[in-house]
Design a protein around this ligand. Structure first.
Ligand code: ZN
Length: 457
């Protein structure tokens, strides 16, 4: 299987993995849980879930680690505004995000390290960098010495010129850097902020060091895939490379740097700075998991996608087409559908830099053939089994759309009418039974002087 590697700007063969145990080690940068997760986070989670499901299905074991940045400026600021602790705010948003991952049929990572639980490893890592001359303590902070790592190597991932970077770097007078390019590994405590003890005084880790320490701690010195959004290439992943390769003395830290394009909302990138963003919760309520997944995999992970109602409706319709074909009733006699040919094309597409649009095209073709054969009264079960299996690899549940009463309206009206007549005849027990059973089915009745109305719960 080939995947595009940002560092070498080329396709690289994923297999065999770097570890002797044959396990693909995959580290994906996670979220900073300071507010509700949005659809951009869903895209990122689904892309790496599809990769993981595909490798699992091909019999290649994956160890997937995804962090939570639970020490952060925005978390501190918002928790203070809400009058709760940073830990409480993070816990609340992490629990919600994990629920949403489940609802999107995203497999849980094998480990979800948090900064607050990784401080000893982070401190050890920073101390090691100081010892090797790659970092220095200054005024309660600790900084990474970019020059020691080498200009060319430092700019390799982002393809940026180090002099341009240096010219563009902001110099904060409260910092004590040797060079504007240096970045903080440890920040000395500021009044009123949560802090932890360290050999350099109380403070907290800078952002980038956590991922280096966590990847080392959970996956080892070298990993197969390091994933994240394209917005993380600089400075986050650039700094991760500098930290880890300096600390371990081994390169490359990650054999493949895999970056997904960002979600666009209208013409803008969907980030927290946009007011009208869509939360995962809202998207799930409105469209359901399969539509959301279908929306993501309809595009290649390296092409930007734009969130719109039309796109989500189209994705929902696409998922419904696959579902209908997967469960269509056939007849007798072999339809002669080449489902194994579809399976081979699916694999070929997925091996080609996770080309989900092409893999999906093969599935839609299979669905069409199944529908045609079923309509002709032929047996379609064998082809349906393959279709369901391959949909499962993409994480599509093929579940019927959530409780919807489409088409049931006249029958509900009829039951409401019968119940009203039962009430008029003082048949209370029976009338209540109709009401209670409807409620169990998600239909709520409201009695008023004007009569009875019903609504979906
Ligand atoms: Zn990271």
């Amino acid at each position: 299987m080939q995947i595009t590697d940002t560092l070498t700007a080329s396709r690289r063969e994923l297999l065999p993995p770097v570890g002797e145990d044959g396990v693909v080690r995959m580290y994906v940068c996670g979220i900073t849980p300071y507010s509700e997760a949005h659809v951009g986070h869903a895209l990122h989670a689904i892309v790496f879930d599809v990769l993981r499901r595909y490798l699992d299905w091909r019999g290649i074991p994956v160890k997937h680690v995804q962090n939570f940045t639970d020490i952060d400026d925005k978390l501190i600021e918002r928790s203070q505004r809400l009058g709760i602790s940073m830990a409480e705010l993070a816990d609340r948003n992490i629990a919600e995000y994990l629920d949403q991952l489940r609802a999107m049929n995203v497999l849980p990572a094998h480990a979800y390290p948090r900064v607050t639980e990784t401080l000893p490893q982070i401190i050890r890592f920073i101390a090691g960098l100081i010892e090797k001359g790659y970092a220095y303590a200054a005024g309660g902070d600790v900084y990474y010495r970019v020059r020691a790592f080498g200009a060319e190597r430092y700019g390799a991932l982002s393809k940026r010129n180090i002099d341009d970077l240096r010219a563009g770097a902001r110099v904060d007078p409260t910092e004590h850097k040797e060079d504007p390019l240096d970045f903080a590994l440890w920040k000395g405590a500021k009044p009123g902020e949560p802090s932890w003890e360290s050999p350099w005084g109380p403070g907290r880790p800078g952002w980038h060091i956590e991922c280096s320490a966590m990847a080392l701690d959970t996956l080892g010195e070298q990993i197969d895939i390091h994933g994240g959004g394209m917005d993380l290439i600089f400075p986050h992943h650039t700094n991760e490379i500098a930290q880890t390769e300096a600390y371990t003395g081994k390169a490359p830290f990650a054999r493949i740097w895999m970056h997904n394009a960002l979600l666009q909302l209208g013409s803008e990138k969907m980030s927290k700075s946009i007011g009208n963003l869509v939360s995962i919760r809202e998207a799930l309520e409105q469209y359901g998991a399969d539509a959301l997944r279908m929306f993501v995999i309809t595009s290649h992970y390296r092409s930007p996608v734009t969130y719109s109602e039309e796109a989500l409706e189209a994705a929902r319709a696409g998922a419904e087409r696959l579902r209908t074909a997967a469960f269509a009733k056939g007849g007798e006699g072999d339809a002669g559908i080449d489902a194994e040919g579809v399976r081979a094309r699916f694999i070929e597409a997925m091996d080609d830099d996770l080309n989900t649009p092409r893999a999906l095209a093969a599935l839609f073709e299979l669905a069409r053939e199944i529908n045609r054969a079923a309509a002709a009264g032929k047996s379609v079960e064998a082809a349906q089994a393959v279709l369901r299996e391959l949909c499962g690899v993409l994480g599509l549940t093929l579940a019927a759309p959530a409780k919807r009463v489409r088409g049931a309206e006249p029958f509900i009206d009829l039951l409401v009418e019968v119940r009203s007549e039962l009430r008029a005849a003082k048949q209370w027990a029976l009338a209540d039974r109709v009401r209670d059973r409807l409620l169990e089915l998600g239909i709520e009745l409201k009695d008023s002087p004007d009569g009875t109305s019903w609504s979906e719960k």
